[in-house]
Design a binder for this molecule. Structure first.
Ligand SMILES: [Cu+2]
Length: 336
């Protein structure tokens, strides 16, 4: 009985110490969404249960090792114990109840986090190796930076053009897979003005770790002024070259092609037009308009020497004929 009391007291002390040390506030980045409140609450409960289980197992084990260790010279066998029905019922029923309760809390939390709001703003998220694009269909805008008005419920409609990615802003806590051919929903109400980053949370190839996008949560007036600037900028896209530059930024080319000579994933576009391009089958071609068009539509046909066949194959479906002409017009302007 004395052992039982002492061990219980130590378990309680270690549980409290563990729960204090495992403070979620130290483990997670600052919280910046309404949905995250429930998530953090759930996370806190989990950590406390984990602290208790850790204490239970470790304390009883170490206590037994130290207190019930063999005395020197004692060669007798240990006591033979044959089951203990009460104990067995207890260690079956109690975890069952805990799991049941956690399941219930999980369902309630999930319902809470995915609940819709009447005044949602839609943002379509398109992921591609290795970039993000954000379309605001209600506002007629496209951006590579995610700008959100504070306290505005957002419904993200998330998809991918190639492989599976995952849309994640750690400060918002929630995340969602981006699956080609499907649209997945994620609801977030940003609550804190500030700068964050979208990260890809699904290993998706070579530049997965660089697959970032800027997030800005701003006040309503600031959002309106951003809207104004972007709309004017879009309206000013009246030359093929300007539209091509815009496509370069919004259609993911920027993730793999540089403009300054550096090699990212694909060849730089600096001085691309007109250069003699060595292909990996030993042939050399002159990079004229037809070659560039062909490279965009059928990237696997002619692989540039020293590069891998990593360019997305579906630009023919995504881009219109005018888009491709605009891109070519833009590429022609990139020379030093
Ligand atoms: Cu990714």
């Amino acid at each position: 009985m004395r052992h039982f009391v002492v061990a219980t007291i130590i378990v309680v002390l270690v549980t409290v110490a563990g729960a204090v040390l495992l403070d979620p506030a130290d483990l997670l980045p600052p919280l910046a969404s309404a949905q995250g409140v429930t998530v953090d609450w759930l996370f806190g409960i989990h950590l406390k249960i984990i602290a208790f289980l850790f204490a239970l197992v470790m304390v009883l084990m170490l206590y037994s090792i130290v207190v019930f260790r063999r005395e020197p010279g004692d060669l007798s066998d240990g006591q033979y114990i044959h089951g203990n029905t009460r104990l067995e019922i207890a260690w079956t029923v109690i975890p069952l109840i805990i799991v049941g309760v956690m399941g219930y809390i999980g369902v309630v939390t999930l319902r809470d986090v995915t609940a819709s709001a009447p005044d949602e703003m839609v943002v379509e998220v398109t992921s591609a190796q290795w970039s993000w694009r954000f379309d605001y269909p209600e506002l007629g805008l496209t951006s590579t930076e995610l700008v959100l008005p504070v306290n505005q419920p957002i419904r993200f409609e998330i998809t991918s053009t190639d492989v599976i990615h995952n849309f994640w802003v750690p400060e918002f806590r929630v995340k969602q897979d981006a699956v080609p051919g499907a649209v997945n929903l994620l609801r977030v109400t940003p609550t804190v003005i500030g700068k964050y980053k979208v990260r890809c949370a699904e290993l998706c190839g070579l530049s997965h770790s660089q697959m970032l996008a800027d997030v800005r949560v701003v006040s309503i007036p600031e959002f309106d002024s951003w809207l104004g600037t972007e709309t004017t900028r879009l309206a000013a896209l009246d030359t093929p070259e300007a539209r091509g530059e815009y496509l370069y930024q919004t259609q993911a080319c920027i993730a793999c092609h540089s403009l300054d000579g550096t090699v990212v994933v694909g060849p730089t576009w600096l001085n691309l037009y007109g250069r003699q391009e060595q292909l990996d089958d030993g042939i050399s071609v002159s990079a004229d308009e037809d070659y560039i068009r062909h490279s965009i539509l059928y990237p696997g046909d002619q692989i540039v020497k020293g590069f891998q066949n990593l360019m997305p194959v579906n630009y023919g479906e995504i881009l219109s004929e005018t888009d491709i002409e605009d891109l070519i017009a833009y590429i022609i302007t990139i020379k030093d």
